[in-house]
Design a protein around this ligand. Structure first.
Ligand code: SAH
Length: 505
């Protein structure tokens, strides 16, 4: 799982494989693949095979074929020939471990990070950056064609224009937020103590980490400081197995423009012993800190935050700036993690909205009103809707902070609030949506079609659900004109894109 984005949590590989296997019920016992050899698979567990890699999955694993049988091989790149050991065989595919590169791709590079092999955070550090950008564009095209049934245009061919991925000139140290699990284990220095770092691939075993090359270095520093203070104060650490122990996670966010820092200690219990000591030591080590917050999460869950948030010291928000607009960001609000690329993404979204100053625009899934305020500078009126009430409070505060008076916000599910707006007579010229990974609720898509805006701008962090939703909108009378992928998450397999759709005349 991607370490830092709850929005990107969970791979859908599992869901996919289950449905494809479940679709062909040939009577064989479930789970037989692990227990015994799969009778008709041409490879078996522990076989060593030579595989030609022909593609990458959405998770960035190499896809190869051995005797026509599909194998997923982490760390292998398209065009490579590798020797691999089969680890797991299912009915229609298997997993193998890379043993040796027989023919390496010209796109292969040496990963910058020393724990890249173990950490689950990045998936593409073995691929050069330009190749990543091309792959991300191709990944969007594949989804639009296969799932969305769209025709992609090219040189002389009519169809959807998919632009090259907008990349970063310096694709490192781009994240403003780190969310790091804390536990007990062997630290980088070799002793058994409080550790904090990232989950090993596919597990919840914490790897003690002092440096992450995609993080703002301030965030690395915060994690190191919190570890030191935790060790010195002898805080107990949370153990997932037993549900015992206090400190679960540290979350830190740094404003790239403002330099302001927020630190959140997530605890399994309301009482944080020596809270004053924590505050004093953090402030001494990090004078830039503006907000120290405790969040209480006593549930046995993978969700990082609990419902209760208390300010231990300072402000309940930090401020940051995107393209000259200031934002107040509270602990639990969604705020894009890559500020440089966020500006690129939002500018593109505003561009696609083609505003002249008079339009009514709806911004669905608006978070703290970031896209809404970008739009408000060019529109007549903007209506933002978002499900997290604290984010809507932030959005309202953000409009005031920037003297923006033509944007209003409402908390609630977009699929409930927007149909009500329709009944109240709001007629949008443009609707912008930026849903989480699962895409738009079908009821929202129905409402968009009923409202008949001139234009829809779709910002998406998941090409599959994007393609599915575009198809629904296409069937309802909209035409996909352009798509621009924007690389928000270099070195990971995550792909963000922004799409311009027009009402068919
Ligand atoms: N546009 C914002 C936020 C995008 S993330 C930005 O760029 O910062 C997606 C947002 O959708 C999150 O803030 C999440 O809380 C919100 N969300 C999730 N389900 C929702 C729903 N059914 N209705 C409205 N908002 C929802």
């Amino acid at each position: 799982m991607n370490r830092n984005q709850s929005r990107n949590a969970g791979s859908n590989r599992k869901g996919k494989s289950q449905s494809s296997a479940g679709g062909r019920n040939n009577g064989r016992a479930r789970g037989g693949a692990q227990a015994a050899a799969v009778v008709d698979a041409p490879v078996q567990k522990n076989d060593e095979v030579v595989v030609d890699i022909i593609g990458l999955t959405h998770d960035g694993e190499g896809v190869g074929r051995a005797d026509g049988f599909t194998l997923f091989i982490q760390g292998a790149l398209p065009g490579e020939r590798v020797r691999a050991k089969v680890m797991k065989v299912k009915k229609t595919f298997g997993y193998a471990r890379l043993q040796e590169l027989l023919d390496a791709s010209a796109d292969r590079i040496v990963p910058v990070c020393g724990i890249y092999d173990k950490c689950g955070g990045c998936q593409l550090q073995h691929m050069n950056y330009d190749a990543q950008l091309s792959w991300k564009r191709q990944h969007v095209i594949d989804a639009l064609e296969r799932i969305g049934k769209l025709t992609i245009g090219g040189d002389d061919k009519e169809g959807v224009v998919v632009h090259p991925t907008v990349g970063m000139t310096e694709p490192w140290r781009y994240r403003n937020k780190a969310q790091v699990p804390i536990g007990a284990g062997v630290s980088a220095s070799g002793s058994q103590e409080l550790i904090a770092g990232f989950y090993a691939k596919g597990s919840h075993r914490i790897i003690d980490t002092d440096e992450c090359h995609i993080q703002h270095d301030r965030n690395d520093e915060v994690v190191r400081i919190v570890k030191t203070i935790g060790r010195e104060l002898g805080v107990s650490v949370y153990d997932e197995e037993s549900g015992q122990g206090l400190l679960r996670h540290v979350m830190t966010r740094t404003g790239f423009v403002s330099g302001e820092i927020m630190i959140v200690l997530v605890t399994n219990g309301r009482k944080l012993p020596q809270a004053e000591q924590w505050v004093e030591r953090i402030r001494t080590a990090l004078p830039e800190v503006k907000s120290i917050v405790q969040n209480v999460n006593t549930r046995d869950t993978n969700v990082i935050f609990g419902d209760e948030t208390k300010v231990l010291w300072g402000s309940e928000v930090i401020y940051d700036e995107l393209d000259g607009i200031r934002f107040a960001i509270s602990a639990r609000s969604f705020y894009q993690v890559n500020p440089a690329q966020t500006v690129e993404l939002y500018r593109k979204a505003v561009d696609y909205a083609q505003l002249t100053g008079t339009e009514s625009v709806i911004d669905a899934y608006c978070g703290i009103g970031t896209i809404s305020l970008f739009l408000a500078r060019k529109a007549g009126r903007v209506y933002g809707v978002e499900i997290v009430p604290e984010a809507i409070e932030d959005a309202k505060r953000n409009a005031k902070l920037n003297d923006i008076t033509n944007a209003s916000f409402e908390a609630g599910p977009a699929e409930v609030v927007i149909p009500r707006w329709r009944e109240e007579g709001i007629i949008p010229d443009v609707i912008v949506v930026d849903p989480p990974r699962k895409g738009c609720d079908p009821a929202l898509l129905d409402t968009i079609l009923a409202m008949q805006p001139e234009r829809v701008v779709y910002v998406s962090c998941n090409p599959s659900t994007l393609a599915r939703d575009l198809q629904t909108l296409e069937e309802g009378g909209y035409k996909t004109v352009e798509v621009t992928p924007v690389d928000m998450f270099p070195w990971t397999s995550h792909v963000e894109s922004v799409v311009w759709m027009e009402k068919r005349k």
